[in-house]
Design a protein. Structure first.
Length: 125
C-alpha cells in the first residue's frame, strides 16, 4: 500500500437517531460496495469506498443528502504505538492544518486538508 489521494463522501443523517447510521451503511453494503473507511460525527457520515459514484447514487436513492466530496490523503501506518503520531507530527512540522481524519481498514489514516499534495510531500519526506 502506498500513500495516495482518494475521495471522501460526506452525507447527512437527517434524523440523527438510533438506526440512521445503520441505514446508511446498509445501503452501501446492499449495493455491493466495499467500505474502506468511515466516520460518523454529529449526524454527518464520511465514507471512503471503492466506488464513489455508486456510493453517491445508492445513498441518494436511500434519501441521504450529500454535504461534500473532499479529496483526502490515505496513508498506510504500522500497527504500533506512535505510528499515527509520527505522521501527524510530520504534517504539523510542514505547517499543514488537518481538517479531519479517521482510520480506514488496513491500518490506513484518512487525512483531509486544504492541500492534499502538501500532505503527501510532508509524509513522504
Amino acid at each position: 500500500m502506498t500513500t495516495h489521494i482518494a475521495a471522501d463522501l460526506a452525507v447527512t443523517l437527517d434524523e440523527d437517531r438510533p438506526g440512521a447510521l445503520a441505514r446508511a451503511i446498509t445501503a452501501i453494503g446492499a449495493a455491493g460496495i466495499n467500505i474502506d473507511g468511515y466516520s460518523e460525527m454529529n449526524g454527518v457520515v464520511h465514507v471512503l469506498t471503492t466506488d464513489l459514484p455508486a456510493t453517491r447514487q445508492c445513498l441518494s436513492n436511500a434519501g441521504f443528502h450529500e454535504v461534500q466530496e473532499q479529496d483526502v490523503v490515505v496513508v498506510p501506518v504500522s500497527n504500533e504505538p506512535g505510528a499515527a503520531a509520527r505522521v501527524f507530527q510530520q504534517i504539523a512540522e510542514a505547517h499543514i492544518n488537518v481538517r479531519y481524519s479517521y482510520l480506514a481498514t488496513g491500518n490506513r489514516l484518512v487525512i483531509a486538508s486544504t492541500n492534499p499534495q502538501s500532505v503527501i510531500a510532508a509524509v513522504s519526506a
